[in-house]
Write a protein that binds this ligand. Structure first.
Ligand code: GLY
Ligand code: MN
Ligand code: MN
Length: 447
């Protein structure tokens, strides 16, 4: 019985040697480490731990999800991994050290294969690989030699969690043992580096988006009055996993009718009725990179005149926003300009009165009744990807553009979300192949 339980539960979180996706070029991780090293103060030691495996109940766990900063620097998607960087180390072998779980026949039988030292080198480009059991000894040999310990915290402004991560536990232990060292937040440098995407990353993002497109096209053929929102979710998941995604980038939102107006609707448990639209905010993961799509389509395949007017207003705002999301502007100014464009559209739709708009309180813009969220966020290894707060737009960044109009009194909510790369002369729309206009969607649904 014990053995049976062990098998059932452990299989759920066993990390894998070869990921389901195509391998990532290890040169990416070499480049990423070089960029970080350039930003370090002299005589700094960086330590980044893997995420813990998250417990659920009894002996259950969630599927393992790597610390994205560690993944970005190593490509290692395995628990109990540690990266140490000490660029000024006297011994070359100490300049980059990767610690991984020691493999054994026992682990291979119960959890599946783990990386050998050779495989860890191949994935990461790091020559010095040791078993994680030796980490404490090695760390306490190196720490007295350095001036600065640069450790890992989650600095995302919207991260709101009481769970103490492995990295946080390590900081506590470190500060107790080395109270007079200088401490730095490695996350701040990583935010600056990660917000500019490498070509290899864009390749994986495009693949995640292509898989999402395959899911969307499948759903356009499947959708008809009477299907459950959960059945749509199942169609996406089927298409994603068969294309070597590990699943959804984030909990999918499939909201028909008025459910589209609940921004974080996750129940996906209602029936899609004739005459309604259904909003689908869904993306595929691929190799740990994420797509973030929203599409809103008529359940019966044909837009009503009102649905078409609202949809085309949102589409115009998305296209105008794409023209604004360019170097030289920052997110605060951008959002303000998008709201001005949205206000004109809402006046056109009869939702805002033009005269009232002239007299409105600038601190409570009328537009927020119908468009109450931000228009864009960085996208990458995190869906709401990291960046220094309010940094100006720059060539090489990847953003979502996702305006919406939510009219609760009409049971109608429309959001359209594409993902773009900020290019030298114009943005590159990674969704260029998707059916997007009213005519394209109606044609794809009629196939
Ligand atoms: N799906 C999350 C977002 O659009 O931001
Ligand atoms: Mn989304
Ligand atoms: Mn988004």
């Amino acid at each position: 019985m014990d053995a049976f339980y062990g098998l059932q539960v452990r299989m759920k979180f066993s990390a894998v040697v070869s990921m389901r996706s195509d391998p990532v070029d290890p040169a990416l991780f070499v480049r990423n480490r070089a960029k970080l090293v350039e930003k370090l103060k002299p005589n700094t030691l960086v330590v980044i731990h893997a995420n813990d495996i998250t417990p659920t109940n009894a002996d259950g766990t969630l599927q393992f999800r790597q610390n994205n900063d560690l993944y970005y620097l190593t490509g290692v998607d395995q628990e109990e991994t540690v990266l140490v960087l000490f660029p000024d180390a006297p011994m070359e072998a100490d300049r980059e050290i990767l610690f991984v779980r020691e493999t054994s026949e026992h682990i291979a039988i119960w959890e599946g294969e783990k990386l050998t030292k050779e495989q860890a080198t191949k994935v990461s480009g790091i020559k010095s690989v040791r078993w994680v059991d030796s980490f404490e000894d090695v760390f306490h040999t190196l720490a007295p030699m350095v001036d600065v310990l640069s450790l890992h915290t989650n600095e995302h402004p919207r991260a709101n969690t009481i769970v103490e991560t492995r990295n946080r536990r390590f900081i506590r232990a470190c500060q107790e043992r080395y109270p007079l060292h200088r401490y730095e937040r490695v996350a701040l440098s990583l935010q600056e580096i990660r917000m500019l995407k490498d070509e290899e990353e864009i390749k994986f993002l495009q693949k995640a988006i292509d898989i999402t497109e395959a899911g969307f096209r499948r759903v356009l053929k499947f959708l008809k009055p009477g299907v459950g929102e959960w059945e749509i979710e199942a169609e996406y998941l089927h298409e994603f996993v068969r294309n070597k995604s590990r699943g959804f980038s984030y909990s999918p939102i499939i909201g028909s009718g008025k459910n589209a107006c609940a921004l974080h609707y996750l129940e996906n448990d209602k029936i899609c009725e004739d005459g309604q639209m259904v909003l689908m905010d869904v993306g595929a993961e691929y190799g740990n990179w994420n797509a973030d799509m929203t599409r809103t389509v008529p359940v019966n395949g044909k837009f009503t005149p009102r649905q078409k007017d609202v949809y085309e207003a949102v589409l115009r705002v998305m296209r105008a926003a794409n023209g604004l999301l360019r170097p030289g502007l920052g997110p605060i100014e951008y959002q303000k300009k998008v709201l001005e464009i949205m206000e004109k559209e809402l006046i056109g739709l009869g939702l805002i009165d033009a005269e009232e708009a002239k007299k409105q309180d600038a601190t409570k813009p009328l537009v927020k009744k119908y468009f109450m969220h931000g228009t864009s966020h960085h996208l990458g290894l995190d869906v709401h990807d990291v960046s220094p707060p309010n940094s100006d737009f720059t060539v090489g960044q990847v953003f979502t553009i996702e305006p919406g109009i939510y009219i609760r009194e009409e049971g109608l909510g429309v959001r359209i979300e594409n993902n773009v790369v900020i290019g030298e002369t114009e943005n590159i729309d990674l969704f260029v192949n998707f059916p997007t206009t009213v005519e394209e969607i109606e044609a794809a649904m009629a196939e």
